[in-house]
Unconditional design. Structure first.
Length: 178
C-alpha cells in the first residue's frame, strides 16, 4: 500500500493557516483536520463553563483527539491536511511517531506581525481560543518556534492571496518528488 500524505499547515495565530488548510483539502480532495475546530466542538458539547487559556485542560484533551483522528485516517490510507499552530517543542514529539504512517509535508504560513495581530483582533469571538492572550502578549510572535522536522517544507505568505500561488502549494503538498 502506498503511504498517504500528511500535509501539516502551521503558523502563528492570524497567519491564515485555517483558511489555507481548507482550500488545500478542497483542492486535493481530502479532509482537513483542524485542532481549533475540534476544540470548539468540545467546548460547545460541554455543560461546564470554559475560559480559554494557553495550555488549559481542554487544550491538552484536544491534542489527544487531534492525533487520534490523524492516526485513524492515515492508517486507513487517507491523505489528510492537519492544521494547528504547530510549535516545535509541543508538536514534534507528537508528529514523529506518526511519520511512518505518511509522507509528511509542512506548509508554514506567515504574515507580518501587525497583520496577524489585526486578523486576531478582527475575527469573531471563539470561546475555545485564547485569542485575547495572543493580542496581549507582546512576545507571542517573537517566541513562536516553527516546527522542525526532516521533511520537505514550504513557506507561504498569506498577506494578500498566497505567495506562492495555491496551485504551487498544492503541487508541493501532494507530490512525492520535491
Amino acid at each position: 500500500m502506498t503511504l498517504p500524505m500528511l500535509i501539516v499547515v502551521s503558523g502563528p495565530a492570524g497567519s491564515g493557516k485555517t483558511t489555507l488548510a481548507h482550500e488545500l483539502a478542497r483542492t486535493i480532495g481530502c479532509p482537513a483536520i483542524c485542532r481549533d475546530e475540534i476544540k470548539e466542538g468540545m467546548v460547545h458539547a460541554s455543560t461546564v463553563p470554559f475560559v480559554a487559556e494557553p495550555g488549559d485542560a481542554l487544550t491538552r484533551r484536544t491534542l489527544a483527539v487531534f492525533f487520534d483522528m490523524l492516526r485513524l485516517l492515515l492508517r486507513a490510507g487517507v491523505t489528510v491536511v492537519a492544521e494547528a499552530a504547530f510549535q516545535d517543542r509541543v508538536w514534534r514529539s507528537n508528529l514523529e511517531p506518526i511519520s511512518d504512517l505518511a509522507h509528511i509535508r509542512i506548509v508554514q504560513c506567515w504574515v507580518d506581525e501587525s497583520t496577524a495581530r489585526q486578523r486576531v483582533t478582527d475575527r469573531q469571538f471563539r470561546p475555545a481560543h485564547a485569542d485575547g492572550s495572543v493580542v496581549a502578549d507582546d512576545d507571542y510572535f517573537d517566541n513562536f518556534v516553527r516546527l522542525s522536522l526532516p521533511v520537505p517544507a514550504m513557506d507561504v505568505d498569506t498577506t494578500d492571496h498566497y505567495k506562492p500561488p495555491l496551485d504551487q502549494i498544492v503541487a508541493f503538498a501532494s507530490t512525492l518528488s520535491v
